[in-house]
Design a protein around this ligand. Sequence first.
Ligand SMILES: Nc1ncnc2c1ncn2[C@@H]1O[C@H](COP(=O)(O)OP(=O)(O)OP(=O)(O)O)[C@@H](O)[C@H]1O
Length: 717
Amino acid sequence: MLGIWARSCVRPATTVSLGFQRSATTVAFRVGLAPSQLRSSPARPSTTIILGQVSLFRRANSTSPTPLPQPPLDSAPTPGADGKAPKESIWSRVRQAFRKDPQGVSSFRKIVALAKPEKKPLLIAVGLLLVSSAVSMSVPFTIGKLIDFFSSTNPQIPFGLTIWQAGAALLSIFTIGAAANAGRAMLMRLAGQRIVGRLRERTYAAALRQEVEFVEKGEGDVISRLSVDSSIVGESVTNNLSDGLRAIVMSSVGLGAMIWVSPTLTMLMMAVVPPVSLGAVVYGRYIKKLSNQTQEAVGEMTKVATESLSALRTVQAFNALPQEEARFHEKVSKVITLARKEAIASGIFFGSTGWSGNLTILCLLGYGGTLVSRGEISVGDLTSLLLYTAYVGSGLQMLTGFFSSIMRGIGAGGRIFEILGRKPLIPHGVGEDVPATMQGPIRFEDVKFHYPTRKNVPILNGFDLEIKPGETVAIVGESGGGKSSIHSLLLRYYDPVGGRITFGGKDIREFSTISWRNAIGFVPQDPVLFTGTIASNIAYGNPDATREDIEAAAREANCEFVWGMPNGFDTEIGRLSLSGGQRQRLAIARALLKKPKILALDEATSALDATSERRVNDAIDKILRSRQTTCLFIAHRLSTIARAERIVVLEGGKVTETGTFHDLVTRENSRFRTLMAAQLNAAAGESLVSERHEPREEGEEEVEDFAVEEVKDTAKA
Ligand SMILES: Nc1ncnc2c1ncn2[C@@H]1O[C@H](COP(=O)(O)OP(=O)(O)OP(=O)(O)O)[C@@H](O)[C@H]1O
């Protein structure tokens, strides 16, 4: 009986302990990793062979930047190595799989193209990979020679080296291998992160350029594409590519070495390769399909979370926590169901490949042991052969993992390239610039419109309106009548389905959206603030604005509250850290800073109390008096409506009445009066009975008196 232990470094992080025992009938063989080494072993697959049983553990890259749940392919232990050489290359399998999937081919090309800017570091990494793989692949050979050396009665070292010289040479080779491996890992990781970063930036830029409808209906999905899908694609082109190359080197060099040691034993092992390759292709395709579905489910899950977290105040106010949890649970369950399918598929696949691998090892040991006992091959040769078998087996296993990861990358890539390649329905930045000095009327000419998601609900149905330069028009109408939709069309969030909108006689579709939107100052119904200072919020979209410009706009919009704040314009604010009235005045300042040709105000005073409303109205009055800006505003409040030079009543998607406030209030059977009846009566009542409850402020405008007088007259009449 012979007992020999040798320790050798295969890869920097992997120590292989080899135990070899031989008696007349039994050959037992053991290669193992200490559990601590397994735990600390990086993303590389590790091979454990215990008494002829080959198992391969793949661990997910623990430092993966992916923040959201991933399909468990890489995280589940995948036992089994099959101990056979690849007959056909991974590329031919990839090509074969893509032949029926041209979309996959184009995604694959695009993924490869993404790696182009990283060509240099990736090529260096590939060079280092070859060096470290060459060192790794020399280990079984070295171990075989060491076993023969120690078991021989007349030990001889090649090249006439002493044992110390041979030891030093091996140590140097392994150090070079370790350094190469470390360099490869660093370069690949950095290149991967840069690719993911670029991909995210491009996808984000493409998403920002889409028409609002596209993003608004799938906000969570876009976020999931930005975070999860892009990191899967990044992993595909770097880590997985590196694994794939390493697997190819391991399998082909291992196979060559095996043939060199014993062609007969190699042929025995090759018998299991074709069925495993076929299984890998089928498995890869299935994984790709599941990966697509999983990413979509993750997108849905993110959408639910984004929606409720951004409306946390409402969720808490309505005690809707259980309801939200249930909604989220439903989406999470869908992800888990898909993950289960993937786990079952990977279990079956890796279980069966492991089983066939183990069977091959058994046959190899039985037949190899016989050859050793007959003296046809040495113990060292059999050891080398078994180690190479393990290398080839693990190489093949890695190739399968690589193939399914590439498929996942293609699935995720498809979702990203869908956004990257999508042409927005409203082209971004294409068309003429609006000339700086251009002034002219805005005309809505027979405009017809419905929302893309509700094609059978007409919103505008032959809407005609002309607003002269410097004129102020208020649109009134029933709630849900389409007033805000007019602003959406003006801002080109949507285009009309019929008719056109012109500025100075030119269809606004001829202008570039960038230039056209630059000409419009927009104050939405519920102004949005961004995290930052008050100054940065006023200067939003105007990065070149000076502090003087910002302060002037704030003054014009009656934002006097800013001067009272501890840090003035440098006060940090969040999304909701100002009152409704302050937010609206800040939004007016933001719009005015642009010095817009057109001002579009949407219900700017809807959420305000009387004092705040007066402040906002004062700000609006200042703009109107200057008559430099054409104003189209939507208002419900009489005090705001009365400020407009002309009022337009929108009903049934058309203009049904138009005129001055005085005209409409005094007109017989006026639609405006019907619409405003409640407010007119309330205002009249208030005016007649108690005159005013609010103390009149200095400088309050005549227009309000005019409105009150009109209301009084009308009520009296
Ligand atoms: N993105 C959208 N997709 C589909 N339908 C929409 C969309 N936005 C609004 N609508 C519908 O279009 C109609 C007009 O909406 P709009 O916001 O223009 O009305 P509005 O007159 O401004 O109402 P309010 O005075 O209550 O703000 C409504 O019936 C609304 O439900």
